[in-house]
Write a protein that binds this ligand. Structure first.
Ligand SMILES: [Zn+2]
Ligand SMILES: [Zn+2]
Length: 136
């Protein structure tokens, strides 16, 4: 009579699984690759960040300092969408500031092709009233 296989707890996800061999300590290939990755990081002393995904709120681990989403495709797409919305908003704000500022640029300052150049001219004291430059 074959011995009953004993269930084990996966070393990675902590779920119960039936090992195929006496040495198997993870439930699946996915957990196996996670374990190998973790061991590799530990060896190299890579700093691992524990974060919560800013989109779905799920906790995740990452070695990349700048990663703020869990890495799922949906969250990444959503995050990119947010980013481009935010960039559009900033661009609009900047244009609005340029427009406002332009009104304050005296007639004797040569207009350059680059409106931001005018900011510089204005704020660098080319104008006596530079102190009240609305952009500081
Ligand atoms: Zn597992
Ligand atoms: Zn997520």
């Amino acid at each position: 009579m074959a011995a009953m296989k004993k269930k084990r707890l996966c070393a990675v996800c902590k779920k119960e699984f039936l090992p195929n061999s006496g040495v198997q300590i993870v439930c699946s290939d996915i957990c196996k690759s996670i374990r190998i990755r973790d061991q590799y990081r530990k060896k190299r002393g890579t700093k691992v960040y524990n974060r919560e995904c800013i989109i779905c709120g799920k906790p995740f681990e990452t070695a990349r300092e700048k990663q703020i989403t869990c890495g799922s495709e949906d969250c990444q797409k959503e995050h990119l969408r947010h980013l481009s919305l935010e960039n559009n908003r900033k661009a609009r704000q900047r244009r609005e500031e340029v427009r406002k500022h332009r009104k304050n640029i005296p007639w004797n300052i040569p207009a350059t092709a680059d409106p931001f150049k005018n900011f510089e001219l204005h704020c660098q004291g080319f104008v006596p009233d530079a102190a009240i430059c609305p952009l500081g």
